[in-house]
Design a protein around this ligand. Sequence first.
Ligand code: PEP
Ligand code: MG
Length: 905
Amino acid sequence: MTKYVYSFTEGNRDMKDLLGGKGANLAEMTTLGLPVPPGFTITTEACRAYLAAGEAPETLDVEVTAHLREVEQAMGRRLGDPSDPLLVSVRSGAKFSMPGMMETVLNIGLNDESVEGLAAQSGNDRFAWDSYRRLIQMFGKTVQDIDGDRFADILHKLQADKGYKGDLDMTTADLKHLVEEFKKVVEEETGEAFPQDPRRQMDLAIEAVFRSWNTERARLYRRRERIPNDLGTAVNVCTMVFGNMGETSGTGVCFTRDPSTGHSGVYGDYLVNAQGEDVVAGIRNTLSLADLERLDKKSYDELRSIMVKLETHYRDLCDIEFTIQQGKLWMLQTRVGKRTAAAAFRVATQLVDERLITTDEAVTRVTGDQLTALLFPQFDKAAEKTVVTKGMPASPGAAVGEIVLDNDQAASRVAAGASVILVRRETNPDDLAGMMAASGVLTARGGKTSHAAVVARGMGRCCVVGAEDLVVDEAAGTIHVRSEDLVLKAGDVIAIDGTTGEVFKGDVPVVDSPVMTYISKGLEAALDASPDADTQDLVRSVDRILTRADRRRCLEVRANADNPEDAERARSFGAQGIGLCRTEHMFLGDRRKLIEAVILAETAEERQEAFDALMPLQKSDFIGIFTAMDGLPVTVRLIDPPLHEFLPDLTELSVRLALKAERGEEVTDHERLLLEAVKANHEQNPMLGLRGVRLGLKIKGLFALQIRAIAEAAVECRKRGLDPRPEIMVPLIGSDRELQIVRDEALAIIADVSRESGMELDLPIGNMIELPRAAIRAEQIAEESDFFSFGTNDLTQTAWGFSRDDVEVSFFNEYFTYGIFGISPFETLDIQGVGELVATGVRRGRRGNPNLHCGICGEHGGDPASIHFFDGIGLDYVSCSPFRVPVARLEAGRAAIADRAEATA
Ligand code: PEP
Ligand code: MG
């Protein structure tokens, strides 16, 4: 028979899956001998059974009875006994903390009779009636779904009528009156009297906590925090202790170190004569722990000693909820406390210095997301700001600048020394120049993996997307903020926060991140730049942890970069090479005409002419990148995107030529030819059409040009005394034969260049794995290949049949709501599906070529959860955008340490 209930004496802190965080820690504290009021925990499994069946399992009832009796015996009182009642609290507690998202009911067991018993036993009428009115209020709201304002309004009216300043002014008579009024509300709203049977109160409260798992706000919270929807919550039933029993009672929360700065020392708030919910609700101003020391030295000393005990036991910063009932301290909750990113790093190294944890453990105590938060420039928190609207935060950071609505304007304003925010309805590849010039990008449409978002993240550019409140009128040069009925013009200054998605009107001051200075310029430079001791301590902590992560990690970290500036930046951030150098950007802008000429060429000679013009340009691109990455590998991917990306838009061109014809203007041969080419290259599904290796096989000479440019650039670099290490990568391979053809051609060209230059060139030739077929046929493909790089962007598209640019805005919201996935598979690798393809590809690939080097270069290369998976399946490297390199270094270190810990466990 399934066991649904555990006494606090039975569980421990490792049972969070079953007992929830709160229950597991209450059990741990009980075992440690700390003063925890007796109680028991109903498992998450019971919650799941309740939610599935719509009613509690019958055996749960029976188990609850047995455990309740145990508590009654321990306390020498019965639940709701009219003369001396035991009262209990019923609290939610899921595996992951979801503060304020689910329900709690206190003072269960009070009714019209036991309230008198409580009054007599405590000798405190006021306390007893205050507890009873609280029960009816909380029970009505959370269990019976009565609008909380109905109770709050009555309470506020009473206080206003009597001229009271707060709830402590209420007399016993006032509280009795409130009880009567509250009971009337319950009867009006439910058609029944407030339940008087104590056990029924408890059972209904337990079910209400189960149900609160699925409230709208709880679901929303889980989605934001990436907590799975199917975990369920545990329910803790705990003997009530009272902080509202007069001046020698009170309730508080405290931390063993400061969770916002990481300073060591104790921090906390205390409220005299109050119950737990008063602290959270901020009803009255709280006192500090120093005040508690003054008021009740004995309890304070005991609390301090428990804080040391808990921190030593958990070996981490703990947060604690406690209550003092008439001078007796009780522990109501503890957990490893949440903290800011800066505090996380500082506390981790403090604990190492105190010899409480090892440096390896310190690495596991911080996350890539926390490091990210420390890397981006931030708005000055103290500054005044006016929020005008909010979009989706797509790439973190803080940017301030003039509104510009097109690329030319962006370039010219930046050339004139201005800082600009590029605001577009949505962006497309043509906006790259504008995005590079701008300090930030704001779009009215698109999701987190829309073009703007992906490109901005890649560039480390602050970006907010999908601000649907905005109507961008490029022709008029205005943005209309609908909700505010506010019109902003090009040139007006706005600020955007890529971490929150907020858009502000006017200037907001930005402060630099010292950790960024450390990452890009080193420890000494960062220490010099920030003289204050706290910042120096933070920078030193980051340095110690990152240095250890680098020592421990098995995965190499490379960067995705396609120009010398990005390559240099990546290198300064610690990249060990370039894992993806996309070459298509090298054919845009002024060079687009040359690709157009390749496409329009009618004869082999004409095409060769265009190639000849492109050759020196390509070669100099590569020389620049190989120079920046001297001595490190650079994986150059041959051209990938469909041709239409290099040609004018079909509709635009057709309309332009039709208008010309109508006006009697001459349409040139070139224009006619161009229109024909655009029509011929038009595809219904370009992402699944003529692109990648297919393009290379169809347009003869295109790959050859690139391969020769790579080889000749390598020769040139060597002549300059450098050590270039290019690798040639073929995109969108689906069959070994495709690769074989390109490889043979490449080997011939490389041999040619070697002969011509007299320099032996041995360039690895490999391919991307972006199609399910490639993963399945990896063994055969690997026989032709020196390395695989998993393109998990395309692999996600092709495995799910999703078009990356369309699906996010069109139906992902519904998919989140249905729980089909908790997070976009374009952000975090879909481990069960796409991950399985990657693992299969690696395994089979190494069967075909035992020396096969394997990496990943999709967006997931910089995603913490995905990196742990890649480490686990034995990839050699991850490649991500330069700004993600430090995060990937840290996460790869964490993954390796976790794997080792698992192996020795
Ligand atoms: C990929 O598909 O994962 C990849 C890196 O290629 P791209 O994003 O350029 O299609
Ligand atoms: Mg791809």
